[in-house]
Design a protein around this ligand. Structure first.
Ligand code: BJW
Length: 244
């Protein structure tokens, strides 16, 4: 498959499913996880921060990291890649499904999920916290008013409302995504290294069900050999090449 064929398949498709990862937000200035220079995991070990064990050992340290990232994402703006995906949703309507692994809320701020299709956050988000005892989700106070650890209106401690290693993804979101990727005619896999499961498995579900699966990523990934076609470019330009 070549670029004109990939573009034509996307244009023709009624049902489109998209999986995004940290690379989509790189052009908004948000670090990815696994970039060897600027990625989060270049500075920290995942098990020291993004795991239930780390939080149990040192909730203050873990909260400091999440509060800093919360501040950073509120200062960031959605980029052209986010906006192009919102535009694709407008074109496809109810048959458009976007599953993001990102916790930065930038797809929602670009309008995804409000143009007739569906947006799900597979790994939660940075702008809410979850009551440690009841599981209820609450918006976090503005960064300037945030004291750590934040407390829920019930007086219990809030934990970051994200999915750590070894934790289950939100069930309804994952099921809806699995169904959308199995039913999609075209799936786009944008800005993810494709190493974290079950999210990465969505690309494989779609491929197994016969979809055309197109990757947009400046680098080769673990998924590349299994997909139909790869646009080797950053999200903004790669998506523009497919959509415009
Ligand atoms: C650009 C770009 C530009 C740069 N434009 N692109 C099956 C097989 C093997 C392991 C497992 C398995 N099933 C489950 C597991 C275990 C584990 C896992 O997958 N481990 C692997 C790493 C080995 N998964 C889990 O634990 C999951 N839970 C689960 O499976 O529950 C069931 C269970 C329960 C109990 C026991 C066992 C199973 C949960 C995973 C949660 C992941 N959480 C994190 C942190 C979220 C909170 C936070 O933000 O702090 O999610 S980890 C981190 O990785 C984050 C991301 O969402 C996720 C994916 O990363 P992403 O987005 O792909 O970023 P990068 O940095 O990896 O890649 C960026 C890409 O962008 C690169 O390719 C660049 O080239 C590209 N790029 N600039 C476009 N401008």
């Amino acid at each position: 498959m070549d670029l004109p064929q990939a573009r034509a398949a996307l244009q023709r498709a009624r049902r489109v499913a998209v999986l995004t990862g940290a690379g989509v937000s790189a052009e908004s200035g948000i670090p990815t996880f696994r970039d060897p220079q600027s990625g989060h995991w270049a500075r920290f070990r995942p098990e020291d921060l993004a795991s239930p064990g780390a939080y149990a050992r040192d909730p203050g340290f873990v909260w400091e990291w999440y509060a800093g990232r919360y501040r950073d994402v509120l200062r960031a703006e959605p980029n052209r890649g986010h906006h192009l995906l919102a535009e694709l949703e407008r074109r496809k309507g109810a048959d458009f499904f976007l599953a993001t692994q990102n916790v930065d809320g930038l797809h929602a701020r670009a309008g995804s999920g409000t143009r007739g299709g569906t947006l799900v956050e597979l790994h939660g988000n940075l702008i809410t916290g979850r009551d440690e005892k009841t599981g209820e989700v609450f918006p976090l106070p503005e960064p300037d008013a945030l004291t750590l650890p934040p407390l829920s209106p019930n007086g219990h401690r809030l934990r970051p409302n994200v999915v750590w290693f070894g934790e289950y993804l939100p069930e309804a979101a994952l099921w809806a995504a699995q169904r959308a990727f199995e039913e999609a005619e075209v799936a786009l896999i944008v800005g993810t290294s494709g190493v974290v499961y079950p999210a990465a498995g969505l690309a494989l579900d779609a491929r197994r069900s016969g979809a055309v699966v197109i990757e947009v990523n400046p680098e080769e990934t673990e998924l590349t050999p299994l997909l139909s076609f790869s646009v080797r470019d950053v999200a903004s330009r790669g998506l523009a090449a497919l959509l415009e």
